[in-house]
Design a protein around this ligand. Structure first.
Ligand SMILES: [Zn+2]
Length: 461
């Protein structure tokens, strides 16, 4: 009986806005190891008689730059784990693709190339990416399989892990070794302008599944790239895993060309406008406002009080604002008779300071929930999103008691979308501001649509 093939699983995943004043460090990363990591990937390795070695997967809520010392330390620790696990037939790396570390222009390329140097040339490296990741030659040179999400908002993480794991296990079990080709596309828009729920991305992403069926093609991808990093590596791309190089390059060029041709059709997936327009828009029924410039799941700081201030000034009632990051808030209020607190910009995210003089306060799950003049505000100890319905029920909050929900978000999460409420995206300021013209742009490649408008680009085959 032949010996079982062995693969390792691990990686690092975060998204870094270069417009955020914060740094991501140890405390920001969750480490998934052991069987929870195998469960996360959720692939029937046993069926393929593969022995799995779960290493570490580091995962953070998007934010600012990753601290260089933390990155180096984490990378070295991870490489030691890989070294201990060798010899390996394969590695499955879970990455995001939009990490940014001061002094390292292409951290994913750096991480993956070091993995390659440890595992050797024979080992098959399969990589999963978020479709908001950026690709580089260094990444492509060092991998054998590439698969990225095909939905934004993301609802296909597991399916993506499955695609990458399946190609990995079939290759290590004797399948033909794949190749990965890519074409950069000089377009950078936000996720909200490239949602796969609406055109043109809806059709383009649907088409990727058909490309997978082509002779010599294993996995076809379009990456939107990450808008909020003023970095030379930030760019959209087509990436194809193939066994036939010619077919791979042709498919890659076709995806790149299609996205390029559709660039002027990219638009927000929901009604959008500034704060004034948002308040004028408010319907009588339950509705949702998305404070997009400060959305922590895109890299925003999550501490800004612009929308809260505007709603207080406009005397709107029946409002739930969830949430605003306010570190230390529980200590500040709990066990004291204090009812007044100043919020806004406490992590350096900017925006106004707002004084809340609470009529009612309670504490739960590292949150302080304050009510004043018909507005309930959830102040959170940590930066965090409110994208799940359980985020509210766990705080004892009934959404149906409110007329308006304000969340820090770009496009709405699938669970919030499921409420089918009228919704409006506010183009607020912040580290992930949707006004590309307001973003500092010193390092991105040029020309880059929509920063500069050029009419043609040469597909790099
Ligand atoms: Zn993403």
């Amino acid at each position: 009986m032949s010996k079982r093939k062995r693969i390792a699983i691990g990686g690092i995943s975060t998204e870094c806005s270069t417009y955020s004043p914060l740094f991501q460090t140890e405390a920001d990363f969750e480490q998934v190891q052991g069987s929870p990591l195998v469960d996360l990937v959720d692939f029937p390795f046993e069926k393929y008689e593969i022995e799995v070695e779960p290493l570490s997967y580091y995962k953070a809520i998007p934010g600012g730059l990753v601290e260089a010392d933390f990155y180096e330390k984490t990378k070295c620790g991870f490489m030691e784990q890989i070294r201990d696990a060798c010899p390996l037939d394969g590695v499955l790396l879970l990455m995001h693709g939009a990490m940014y570390v001061p002094g390292i222009e292409d951290p994913e390329g750096d991480w993956i190339s070091v993995v390659r140097s440890v595992v050797g040339e024979k080992c098959i490296i399969s990589v999963c990416f978020d479709l908001h990741g950026n690709v580089t030659d260094k990444i492509i040179r060092n991998i054998d399989v590439f698969a990225a999400y095909r939905t934004a908002p993301h609802i296909d993480e597991k399916k993506t892990y499955y695609r990458a794991a399946k190609l990995l296990v079939t290759t290590v079990n004797g399948g033909r070794r794949p190749k990965v080709v890519w074409s950069p596309i000089p377009v950078l828009v936000s996720g909200e302008m490239s949602s796969t729920c609406i055109e043109p991305c809806k059709s383009i992403y649907k088409q990727l599944e058909n490309f997978d069926q082509r002779e010599g093609i294993l996995d076809a991808n379009l990456l939107i790239g990450y808008l909020w990093a003023d970095s030379e590596t930030a760019i959209a791309s087509a990436v194809v895993t193939c066994t036939d190089l010619k077919a791979g390059r042709e498919t890659c060029a076709e995806i790149a060309e299609t996205y390029w041709q559709k660039r002027n059709e990219l638009t927000f997936d929901m009604q959008a406008g500034d704060l004034k327009e948002a308040i004028a828009w408010l319907p009588g029924e339950f509705s949702i406002l998305a404070d997009s410039g400060d959305n922590p799941t895109a890299g925003g700081v999550g501490d800004r009080a612009d929308v809260l201030e505007a709603l207080i000034d406009a005397e709107i009632e029946g409002v739930l604002v969830a949430g605003i990051a306010s570190p230390g808030i529980i200590n500040k209020l709990q066990g004291t008779n204090k009812t007044a607190v100043t919020v806004g910009g406490e992590l350096g995210g900017g925006g106004p300071n707002v004084i809340l003089n609470a009529e009612k306060i309670y504490f739960k799950n590292e949150c302080a929930v304050l009510s004043m003049n018909g507005i309930t505000t959830v102040l959170t100890e940590k930066r965090r999103p409110f994208h799940k319905l359980s985020d509210f029920t766990e705080l004892g909050i009934e959404l149906k008691e409110y007329r308006l929900l304000v969340v820090k978000s770009g496009y709405l999460s699938p669970e919030l979308q499921s409420l089918s409420a009228p919704s409006f995206m506010i183009l607020t300021d912040g580290a992930v501001c949707q006004h590309f013209a307001n973003l500092e742009n010193k390092h991105r490649q040029r020309p880059m649509f929509p920063f500069q408008n050029s009419t043609d680009f040469e597909i790099n085959e």
